[in-house]
Write a protein that binds this ligand. Structure first.
Ligand SMILES: [Zn+2]
Length: 185
């Protein structure tokens, strides 16, 4: 062989450079570290991006793909992989202990629907579901808990993200929004 070749899918990927020195696993659960709202609001940071997104009532803009009775599903604006969403209670609470049973049940019910939707749309090899509670655990939005759900593919991190210090975005957020909104709404 001896010929330099790239896997064929590389051609189709849109790759965004990450900052030097950042840690891939840290980044996985710290999606808001890139000053998301500073970009969206032109430098003015709201106290809580989840409460702010809910109040704005422009779901296509704030990327809320589903509003339930007690919880909602919102796209991560800086996804680790395409289809990276968060399931969030309407109530601004930082601990599961502060959630009533209805909220907890709906979060898991939405986790189930989201899992099914992501499997149907993206056909991933696996999925991550997880929460960071508190700064020491890597929470990007302090004060308002949220459950990350994201599809994973074999090689999605060890190829680009870890060795190349890059993130892989095969899909525009608007497309992800439309696809998930159609299934979850
Ligand atoms: Zn909040």
């Amino acid at each position: 062989m001896g010929v330099l070749s790239m896997p064929p899918f590389c051609v189709m990927l849109c790759v965004q450079l990450r900052g030097k020195g950042s840690d891939a696993m840290d980044y996985l659960w710290s999606p808001w570290r890139y000053q998301y709202m500073a970009l969206v609001t032109g430098g003015k940071q709201p106290e809580c991006i989840f409460c702010d997104s809910l109040a704005r009532k422009d779901d296509a803009e704030t990327l809320i793909v589903h509003r339930g009775e007690k919880t909602f599903v919102i796209l991560n604006r800086f996804p680790y992989t395409s289809g990276h969403v968060m399931i969030v209670p309407y109530a601004h609470v930082s601990e599961l202990n502060s959630c009533d049973l209805g909220t907890l049940a709906e979060m898991m019910k939405l986790a189930q629907s989201t899992e099914m939707a992501l499997r149907a749309i993206y056909k991933p090899d696996g999925m991550n579901l997880g929460m960071n509670l508190g700064r020491a655990a890597g929470a990007g939005v302090l004060g308002h808990l949220h459950l990350h759900v994201l599809p994973r593919w074999i090689g999605d991190s060890n190829f680009m993200t870890v060795t190349g210090e890059t993130r892989v975005h095969p899909e525009e957020l608007k497309t992800t929004y439309e696809r998930l909104h159609k299934v979850l709404a």
